[in-house]
Design a protein around this ligand. Structure first.
Ligand code: PLP
Length: 378
């Protein structure tokens, strides 16, 4: 049995060799800055715009709606900062789900403390789905912006995102979704009721440090970064053409494989759930089987900190995660589990495994064997 089991694709998915090849090609071939007017600059610009058209076509949007940036942290920041930067918004009120990624939650906390942005956290049900009563109450406060992630990164729960976006629109709010964890598994739909969407390259086996912010309209969007007029004045800074071309390539592969991968991962997840339940009767599944993506499975053992489990798995060559990769090293209680009202016995125990189509059932079985060793010691 291969002892190196990578079960942490939701943290980052290893880059596809074809993506690397594309990136090496452009790194070697392109000398110019896409903003330069000479031939080498124009050549770089052509590749940039080619990548933009490719990404647009794959996402079903128009090229003008795409802003390339450094990833979803930046994209989420750029959107939430609009509450301070935009001049034509009615108020500085933002409603976001209580299980958003730190890139959103912590940005809102910061904007609240420094700039008086009022933040309403929308409650979720015990399975992580948005609590509709809490959502209606938040909308009644007349927010300028609503932000709800399509798929949660810690437990994999999928929201009814188009309906949620439509409700925001009906209430007169702009709508943003962080669709980072949806892109590897689901058809992402930048539906007309959405104003902003964040996507990241490294969750689809693309390069790290590159992502896309989709804008419904460029007209009233104020750039977070100022400098040159790159990205049509919506994100200053010289574009990393190799990374952007790599993103386009990864997206192309992702979209081609998505359907087949969905069923393969679903089968893997079913196997993992079955093995976990039948081996450990006191385990708690934190991922709702019905409303979740196939690649993410989170669970916890009673009164057992995830740190212990993850260390044991790591010692046996298994890479898993305690939820968000951003929390690594500071094993605090997950705000997602708190929002889901998970019983205290399990609240520090979140272990997340996340798959790609390279994973095999044998790797799950290996993980079960290792967990059994730990179980004997409890
Ligand atoms: N949003 C979600 C849901 C994520 O899972 C992540 C990555 O962990 C991010 C945002 C941040 O993305 P990036 O690493 O591209 O900044």
């Amino acid at each position: 049995m291969n002892k190196n089991c990578y079960l942490d694709h939701a943290s980052t998915a290893p880059i596809y060799p074809d993506v690397v090849q594309e990136m090496v090609l452009y790194s070697n071939e392109l000398k110019g800055n896409p903003s330069s007017l000479h031939e080498e600059g124009r050549k770089a610009k052509r590749i940039l715009e080619q990548a933009r058209r490719c990404v647009a076509e794959l996402l079903g949007v128009i090229p003008e709606q795409i802003v390339f940036c450094s990833g979803a942290t930046e994209a989420n920041n750029a959107v939430l900062w609009q509450s301070v930067l935009a001049t034509d918004w009615n108020n500085k009120r933002v409603a976001l789900s209580s299980i958003e990624h730190d890139a959103s939650i912590n940005t809102c906390r910061f904007l609240e403390e420094r700039f008086g942005v009022e933040t309403d956290l929308i409650e979720v049900e015990s399975n992580g789905r948005l609590n509709m009563e809490s959502y209606r109450n938040a909308l009644a406060e007349n927010p300028s912006l609503v932000s709800v992630m399509t798929v949660n990164n810690e437990v994999g729960v999928v929201q009814d995102i188009v309906r949620i976006a439509e409700m925001a629109k009906e209430a007169g709010a702009r709508f943003h979704t962080d669709a980072v964890q949806a892109l590897p598994y689901l058809e992402v739909d930048f539906s007309p009721s959405m104003d902003f969407m964040s996507l990241s390259g490294h969750k689809i086996h693309g390069p790290k440090g590159v992502g896309v912010l989709l804008l419904r309209s460029r007209a009233d969007f104020v750039s977070l970064l100022h400098g040159g007029g790159q990205e049509g004045g919506k994100r200053a800074g010289t574009e990393d053409i190799a990374a952007i071309a790599g993103f386009a390539k990864a997206l192309e592969i992702n979209e081609t494989n998505k359907k087949m991968r969905y069923f393969a991962l679903q089968e893997l997840k079913r196997h993992a759930m079955h093995r976990l339940y039948s081996t450990f009767p006191d385990i708690k599944m934190l991922t709702d089987a019905k409303h979740s993506v196939p690649g993410i499975l989170a669970f916890a053992f009673p009164n057992l900190k995830n740190e212990k489990v993850l260390t044991m798995l790591d010692m046996h060559g298994i890479c898993a995660s305690g939820g968000s990769a951003c929390h690594a090293g500071s094993m605090q209680t997950s705000h997602v589990l708190q929002a889901m009202n998970v019983e205290e016995a399990y609240s520090n125990g979140l272990v997340r495994i996340s798959f790609s189509d390279e994973n095999k059932k044998e790797e799950i079985d290996h993980m079960i064997e290792v967990l059994q060793k730990l179980n004997h010691k409890r």
